[in-house]
Design a protein around this ligand. Structure first.
Ligand code: HEM
Length: 534
């Protein structure tokens, strides 16, 4: 500073012929600027440039579609997405068939109309399911769900046989046992532990669904304590895989607990795979999905061995699908994806189903009458596919529950290459695009009076014809692998409950409000009290 004041600082400008007072003033300004250029001002300038860039990029990406005119610098609606509200989603869907937000520089397009949603689901050239970074760590990078294109289609083909009608029939006895056990537990909770007082049952439905899934997937290879532990810890996995989560696993955070729970589940399933291989090789019969898969591996292996040895094999001996041998850990990873895909969705559906039936006793009576009738008046007749297929009204109740309260309200996809989703709008590569399911299922033109629960629309109405709107299980190459099983399972559950249980729903001001946690639940977690039905 002193150098400027005494005129010894020389610059090109200073050499010009200014009056000396001006010279001093000018030199002072320069000095000010020069000395002001410190770390803070550089950081501030960079920050402002980034803010402008982030804003500009958002506006550029947004183009003509609906969305806020500008975004909160960087974070965008991050805080809203940490605690998502159903009303905010509804407002977004109502804002346009395509709308957008940007969270932390991630550009997200929401496809709301039926046709837009279908278009996204059916465009595997441009999109693939979006998974958070942590998912690779929890499910393992080699997991089949991360496959894309041909590799994904081929892998899925090998799994289809596990969900055929014939296969599903073999899982029914195990499922029925689980229902009996848990219904007894519900009675105990309501009558013994709470003297008939209604208490939140959502956690119980989560455990029930976990138990029924584990029995279906791995039969009796998994001990009850392991099922209980998985049911209790699964919440950590769901929380770790929320879309908005920290990508690095830091000890004692949600993702850390999620990883620990995932490791435990993978370990349990791998142990089951080893046991099933031994049992099936010894001639054991199929009782669960794991057995079905292992058995088809053995049949494929036997067939190949015969062919290699030149033994004459009849065409009828060739397995419907020739599959390779999978390691215990590979099997475990795949079973984990089944559990991961089913646990939250079926827990959500079960919770709403019990609540909706309790609030509409006249519909529950019809379910009960039908269930007794298809068993020729004897409620002790066991589950079979024949019986389930005759349950027209119970099926309608399940379908209407899934329409009215779809567990999965939207499915995040990522854009692999610039995606011309309409003639006038292209979603940029790297964006997230989220086909929404809820609006199509509440479209008043297709489902008149969509906010009323009316199972008859599936029997006397024309809801069944609107298959294009039925996006409960997605559509396209990634549509839900377990959709038939899931619906059948819910029908079996509510049918059996209707015959053996009575339950009362204590309605609270939050019962009809929707809580979004991966899937949707009643805000108050569904207060119920069960009693035995004579
Ligand atoms: C009510 C219960 C369920 C609902 C609402 C549901 C819904 C969905 C939805 C919306 C998708 C994404 C589809 C797409 O991207 O097009 C999906 C995928 C999937 N679901 Fe389900 N699901 C349910 C139960 C189950 C069950 C019980 C299983 C058990 C095996 C299962 C296994 C899967 C798998 C493996 C995928 C991924 C398929 C792939 O990427 O190829 N889901 N499900």
């Amino acid at each position: 500073m002193a150098a400027v004041a005494n005129g010894s600082f020389r610059s090109l400008a200073a050499n010009a012929d200014y009056p000396s007072a001006m010279k001093v003033e000018h030199a002072g300004m320069l000095s000010h600027v020069y000395h002001g250029i410190n770390g803070w001002s550089i950081a501030l300038t960079l920050f402002l440039i980034l803010v402008v860039y982030d804003q500009f990029k958002y506006v550029w990406n947004k183009g003509t579609i609906a969305g806020p005119a500008w975004k909160l610098p960087f974070i965008g609606p991050f805080l809203e997405s940490v605690n998502p509200k159903m009303e905010e989603y509804k407002a977004k869907w109502a804002s346009g068939e395509l709308s957008c937000v940007s969270v932390f520089h991630k550009f997200v397009v929401i496809a709301s109309s039926r046709d837009m949603a279908r278009k996204v689901f059916n465009s595997p050239m441009y999109v693939k399911p979006c998974v958070v970074d942590v998912a690779y760590k929890l499910l393992r990078p080699t997991n089949w769900v991360f496959l894309d294109g041909r590799a994904h289609v081929d892998y899925r083909k090998g799994l289809n046989g596990l969900f055929t009608r014939q296969a599903l029939e073999t899982y029914l006895p195990g499922q029925e046992q689980v229902y009996e056990k848990y219904f007894a537990k519900f009675l105990d909770i309501s009558q013994k532990q709470n003297n008939g007082k209604a208490v939140p049952f959502m956690p119980q439905f989560r455990e029930l669904m976990c138990a029924v899934s584990c029995r279906t997937f791995v039969g009796h290879y998994m001990p009850d304590e392991a099922i209980k532990k998985i049911a209790d810890d699964f919440y950590n996995i769901t929380a770790a895989l929320e879309l908005v989560n920290f990508p690095i696993i830091i000890p004692f955070t949600k993702t850390w607990y999620g990883k620990k729970a995932a490791d435990m589940v993978l370990d349990e399933f791998a142990k089951c795979a080893a046991k099933s291989k031994v049992r099936i090789a010894a001639g054991g019969h199929v009782t669960c999905i794991l057995d079905g898969w292992v058995s088809s591996m053995y049949q494929s292996e036997l067939y190949r061995e015969k062919v290699e040895k030149g033994v004459a094999v009849d065409g009828s001996e060739k397995p419907a699908m020739l599959i390779r041998q999978f390691s215990d850990f590979e099997i475990s990873q795949t079973l984990f994806t089944f559990l991961f895909a089913s646990q939250d969705a079926t827990s959500s559906a079960a919770t709403w189903l019990f609540q909706l039936m309790a609030d509409r006793p006249e519909l529950l009576d019809r379910v009960r009458e039908e269930n007794v009738a298809v068993r020729n008046g004897d409620r002790n007749v066991r589950f079979s596919m024949d019986i389930l297929e005759k349950m027209t009204f119970t099926r309608a109740v399940v379908k209407e529950t899934l329409r009215y309260r779809p567990p999965v309200i939207m499915v995040p996809y990522v854009v692999k290459k610039d995606f011309p989703v309409t003639d006038s709008y292209t979603v940029p590569k790297g964006s997230m695009i989220v086909p929404s399911v809820y609006p199509a299922l509440h479209d008043p033109e297709v489902y008149p009076d969509p906010d009323s629960f009316n199972p008859d629309r599936w029997i006397t109405g024309d809801a069944e014809q609107a298959s294009k709107n039925w996006l409960v299980f997605g559509t396209g190459p990634h549509y839900c692998l377990g959709q038939t099983y899931a619906q059948m399972n819910l029908m079996a559950m509510i049918g059996k409950a209707s015959m053996f249980l009575d339950w009362h729903h204590q309605v609270t001001p939050l019962s009809e409000d929707i809580k979004v946690f991966a899937t949707i639940f009643p805000q108050d977690d569904c207060h119920l009290a069960f009693s035995e039905r004579p």
